[in-house]
Design a protein around this ligand. Structure first.
Ligand code: ZN
Ligand code: MN
Length: 176
């Protein structure tokens, strides 16, 4: 009877973890997810985490990933942040901080500027409201995209100069 139960438990956990169970139990999986999040500053979605996990554990279901992400959020180890795409993004930086969003590549980056508690007091004293939190999202071009833009501008400038140069030559030859 005991043996039967053991076999049954192993079978059930096998199905849940997609066959990799011998090595991957529930807390291992959660550890892995947390580790992934702690080593990226990119505020990934559940789909990104799922893709990464699948490289090692091909049968892990997206639902399992989502459930574990939400458990980590409820344990206070991750934050769930929504941006303009209305998709859940997960952040291992659980301190209060601001974000920068690149309008070109969509990168979401942490900003290392102080969280301004005085803003909350200002709003509270001006309105009489009870303020619990605030967010500030900054938009623009990340360093990479800004450099891309500068390179493209330079290229455009060179092309323009070349064609002006060619026209100048054309006109010069007409005059003679
Ligand atoms: Zn960018
Ligand atoms: Mn963040």
């Amino acid at each position: 009877m005991v043996l039967y139960l053991k076999i049954r438990i192993i079978l059930i956990s096998n199905i849940e973890n997609g066959g990799n169970v011998a090595r991957l139990n529930k807390s291992d999986l959660r550890e892995k997810i947390l580790h992934l999040l702690e080593h990226t500053g990119s505020h990934p979605t559940a789909a990104w985490v799922h893709d990464r996990l699948r490289q090692e554990f091909p049968k892990v279901a997206i639902g399992t990933v989502y459930r574990n992400l939400n458990i980590l959020v409820s344990e206070g180890k991750l934050k769930n942040v929504r941006f303009d795409d209305a998709t859940d993004h997960f952040d291992a930086n659980t301190s209060k901080h601001y974000h920068f969003i690149c309008e070109n590549c969509g990168a979401i980056l942490d900003l290392d500027i102080p969280f301004d508690e005085t803003l909350e007091r200002k709003v509270s004293s001006q309105t009489g409201f009870e303020v619990h939190n605030h967010r500030l999202d900054f938009y623009g071009l990340c360093e990479h995209c800004r450099n891309l833009g500068a390179a493209a501008e330079e290229q455009e400038y060179n092309i323009r100069n070349q064609s002006v140069g060619a026209k100048g030559l054309e006109q010069a030859s007409k005059q003679h």
